[in-house]
Design a protein around this ligand. Sequence first.
Ligand code: ADP
Length: 247
Amino acid sequence: MTETLIEVRGVSKTYANGVVALRDVSLTVAKGEVVCIVGPSGSGKSTLLRTLNALEPITHGEIHVLGEAVHDPRTNLNRLRSHVGMVFQAFNLFPHRTVLDNLTLAPRVVGRLHQAAARERALHLLDKVGLADKRDQHPGQLSGGQQQRVAIARALAMNPSIMLFDEPTSALDPEKVNEVLDVMKDLAAEGMTMCVVTHEMGFARAVADRVVFMEAGEIAHVDVPERFFGPQAPPRLREFLGQILHG
Ligand code: ADP
């Protein structure tokens, strides 16, 4: 039986300013699954992703992640978040720390890992994302693509069960996009459970197990890539994909 790691049930979210960002959204993600979330700007993609580790509280519904009730005020969110890695559009690295320190800080402080063990894991992860030689540099000395790979390695340093990506390549120069997507492809191939908000349709088509189309706060369509990107997709989705692919 497949294990469900993320279960979103009937979730709605209204921001304090009255904007309804999510309307009755339901979605499950199984262990090892890669789900890409696409849709027009403002459709609620980022909000949905952020609700999964309680960066946004929800207005209605239920969210269970790794068996924990995210919507329940009694849930230990710090513990939950230590199992759910998140990578943002803006890399959010600690600018005054070296690359290596960026990777060892949280495992040492939150994960209570000893310095030597944290360092060993960090070096392994830097090697994995192709940046072993950058360990003593500061983030500002790296390209955007390199910084984002460090951010991914930093998230992985906590040994998460789930990785969430919020438009991880949107802030990058076009020639740097693939180096980040390649790291994400490797992660997916290793069986990481991933939710990825993205405009990279080639990535979604190649890597996703399912693709979610959001529009106006709702999940308008979900399907496997072959059908999602195929001729039988609903007209509104085809129109959206046409706009993305043909500018
Ligand atoms: P997407 O990721 O698809 O671009 P978002 O989840 O960022 O969409 O936004 C969904 C809607 O919620 C938009 O109308 C946006 O303006 C609004 N929104 C997002 N964040 C906030 C916030 N912190 N406060 C108020 N409204 C917000």
